[in-house]
Design a protein around this ligand. Sequence first.
Ligand SMILES: C[S@@+](CC[C@H](N)C(=O)[O-])C[C@H]1O[C@@H](n2cnc3c(N)ncnc32)[C@H](O)[C@@H]1O
Length: 315
Amino acid sequence: MEFKHKPVMLKQCIEGLKIKPDGIYVDGTLGGAGHSIEILRKLSKSGMLIGIDRDTEAIEAAKNKLKEFSNVKYIHGNHDDIKKILKELNINKVDGILLDLGVSSYQLDEKNRGFSYLGENILDMRMDKTQKLTAKDVVNNYDENILAQIIYEYGEERFSKQIAKNICLERKEHQIETTKQLVDIIEKSIPKSKQNDGHPAKRTFQAIRIEVNNEIKPLYHTIEECIDVLAEGGRLCVITFHSLEDRAVKNAFIESKGKCTCPADLPYCVCGAKSLGKIITKKPITAENEEIKQNSRSKSAKLRIFEKAELILRH
Ligand SMILES: C[S@@+](CC[C@H](N)C(=O)[O-])C[C@H]1O[C@@H](n2cnc3c(N)ncnc32)[C@H](O)[C@@H]1O
């Protein structure tokens, strides 16, 4: 299947990264390389892009799309390990990092990946197929209360308790193997009169996907690590699609900005607080109406940008 994915807020991300032609940039969510190709177009031959994705199918699609560029390093890995990845490449600091979180349209649409509530497929949902935990494990083995909590928190599904209860009743009879079996349970758990907000399985599938791929818990720390590896004046751009993701990014930015109370015109800090840089986006940037019309996925996207301080004398 062709790798189809429209990059979200492309122009805003490229502007936000303030690309230096000879710089080193990391795309921590390479996907179909929709953002990466534009970063590479702004780089000179001495510049470099490091593309990380935990999905080997994305890496292959990106290699194909970027075949004209020789200054790209492809890493099959997790951007939560950014420090380790850069250390292994002998790179100390980078000039910019992009994280466009979540799944790609390709992953959602490719039926055999088990992300989609349409059709009948094996319950999988792993972005990284070398990982052990699958959606089938979550659905068949997790405790009922924990399942309910995941579906509520990550899916914002108000019928989470009923869905978790029915999953547990069903699995007493037989294993839940396919996406269709799970969809049937979800449909049974939500009153018909309340099934008017998109597909009834949408929110539960999102929640299980987030759990399988551990998308929220490490994020705050990952943002801190990204800021840590930024060179002076380097920028971090993060696109989120979920309120919990956005909260983690926002809080990590606020913490990194610190609470320095020195006047802005002082070249270094005398108040004793520590600031690693500044938040460029006081409010997150959202997609323009035209983009939302052409790509409904961009509707919930929020872009936040952080800039590492030029001179970290503020401590
Ligand atoms: C929204 S897509 C990125 C699309 C890309 N920006 C483009 O325009 O083509 C997210 C990608 O990041 C990958 N991904 C998600 N979480 C990841 C993580 N923690 N580490 C590495 N890759 C991750 C997914 O496998 C997916 O390919």
